[in-house]
Design a protein around this ligand. Structure first.
Ligand code: XMP
Length: 500
């Protein structure tokens, strides 16, 4: 019944996730017996096989912190200066709790004009120079400011701020300890501070009791992704230019745990030379190469020494590579083909792009990938960079391709081998995605759905799924256009959209 994977994928067609469907197998274990623990790269393991894409509208420190808190990992983008990227890595690694507020700093002579000045923070910090790296003098909470009878512009914050010493906790405190402290001191929020060697304190985060309550209700996943240094594991991307060697040095100093060579066509002399350089200069660092979609491309990068392969070309939701350059591959075929060769060398595969539901994740993982990388699926979340805006009545956040003209103007053209050419050709678009809330909430639900998919297939782990697929026990078929329509919601005039 059905086809084996080797047969299905050798017929000359390029299949996307939606083109193929697995036939159910036999269930002899409960959903919770499914383990999704998996390898990101040769030396690194994740309890949740998800990776956030190194895109400037997806992964900065807040996303990386929350991904690690979930047991997944985030890769900080490189569309910024090397020192800024390194500071984002440092900040993500240093957090213990999975949230970062936009901190607001003012100097004593500044005034607060409206509640908007607080951004999303419950308070404003008053420091000597009005910047983060300056002595803390006091604090103004939003509720105290709102209660002020006179809020005129002439009033300086020093007139009404609560003066230091301020209640605080060390950055790195555990969720339970912060919760107990807030209750014991009857506080609505508490700043988390990092103490430097010269005894100066830096405020790095603010935790509110409301946020803590919200997070306590979220479903739990696996163990957080913590590195040998005891901090969250964080990845970052670099390019393949000479200047990226200096960027990498900054990242290594910041304690980066894995690095992706970010290129849309990874099988190039530039990438092969960069792989050799990185493996020589930093033998301990896990290096992920890509992107590739063929066995030939994969073989070259594996031989050069990569610890992981990123697979996908033109399958991303904002990608136009296949239309602009006529090159790429359907993502289901690409993942299957590359995984079948990478498996022989023990190199884990990241299925990158084209994930828009939990079924796509099941397909990617069963077809041979060890993890999935997502852009649009995670964009629009609380943790994604940028602020929410309204499009009509819908709250959205910007999501853009790194090959869009807008992103390339900021420097990401290296990914598309723009070299020094002044003529930039866009291979991506700029868009927006709807507010999805926190990834701490919707990723656990998604992964529970993935576990159910594995259960239907009789696979209790990724390894067992890969074995069942390879041995031909798992069977697949291609869905006709009508079968795809039937497999989706159809025939209703109205349906209540599932919400988490
Ligand atoms: P999803 O589908 O998760 O895809 O939104 C994210 C992946 O898409 C790739 N990417 C691009 N590909 N032009 C492209 O052809 C672009 O502008 C672009 N930006 C990102 C990238 O691999 C990412 O992880």
């Amino acid at each position: 019944d059905g086809f084996s994977a080797p047969k299905l994928f050798s017929q000359g067609y390029s299949y996307t996730y939606d083109d193929v469907i697995f036939l159910p197998h036999y269930i002899d274990f409960p959903t919770d017996a499914v383990s999704l623990s998996s390898k990101l790269s040769t030396n690194l393991t994740l309890s949740v096989p998800c990776v956030s894409s190194p895109m400037d509208t997806v992964t900065e420190s807040s996303m990386a912190t929350s991904m690690a808190a979930l047991g997944a990992i985030g890769f900080i983008h490189s569309n910024n200066s090397p020192s800024h990227q390194a500071s984002l890595v440092r900040s993500a690694k240093s957090h213990r709790l999975p949230f970062t507020s936009d901190l607001v700093f003012l100097s004593p002579s500044d005034s607060i004009l409206s509640a908007d000045d607080f951004a999303s923070s419950p308070c404003i910090f008053v420091t000597q120079s009005g910047t983060r790296h300056s002595k803390l003098l006091g604090i103004v909470s939003l509720s105290d400011w709102q209660a002020l009878p006179d809020k005129s512009e002439a009033r300086r914050v020093s007139d009404y701020m609560k003066k230091s010493p301020i209640h605080s906790l060390p950055n790195g405190s555990q969720l339970e300890d912060v919760s107990a402290y807030l209750a014991a001191e009857n506080l609505d929020f508490v700043p988390l501070v990092r103490r430097h060697q010269d005894d100066e304190e830096e405020i790095v985060n603010v935790v509110t009791s409301a946020e803590l309550e919200r997070i306590k209700g979220f479903p739990k996943l696996g163990l957080p992704t913590v590195g040998p240094d005891g901090n969250f594991m964080v990845g970052a991307s670099i390019g393949t230019r000479e200047s990226d060697k200096e960027r990498l040095e900054h990242l290594v100093k910041a304690g980066v745990n894995a690095v992706i060579l970010d290129s849309s066509q990874g099988n190039s002399i530039y990438q092969l030379e960069m792989i050799k350089y990185v493996k020589r200069a930093y033998p301990e660092l896990d290096l992920i190469g890509g992107n590739v979609v063929t066995m030939y491309q994969a073989q070259n990068l594996i031989q050069a020494g990569v610890d992981g392969l990123r697979v996908g070309m033109g399958s991303g939701s904002i990608c136009t590579t296949q239309e602009v350059c006529a090159v790429g591959r359907g993502q289901a075929t690409a993942v299957y083909k590359v995984s079948s060769i990478a498996e022989q060398s023990g190199v884990p595969v990241i299925a990158d792009g084209g994930i828009s539901n939990s079924g796509h994740i099941v397909k990617a993982l069963v077809l041979g990938a060890s993890t999935v990388m997502m852009g649009s699926f995670l964009a629009g979340s609380t943790e994604a960079p940028g602020t929410y805006q309204y499009q009509g009545s819908i709250r959205v956040k910007k999501y853009r391709g790194m090959g869009s003209l807008e992103a390339m103007t900021k420097g990401s053209d290296a990914r598309y081998l723009g070299d020094t050419s002044k003529l930039k050709i866009a291979q991506g678009v700029v868009g927006a995605v709807a507010d999805k809330g926190s990834i701490l909430k919707f990723v656990p639900y998604t992964m529970q759905a993935v576990k159910q998919g594995f259960q239907d297939l009789g696979a209790s782990s990724l390894q067992s799924a890969h074995e069942l697929l390879r041995s031909g026990v798992l069977r697949l078929e291609v869905r006709t256009g009508a079968a795809q329509v039937e497999g989706g919601i159809h025939g209703l005039v109205y349906y209540a959209k599932k919400s988490f």
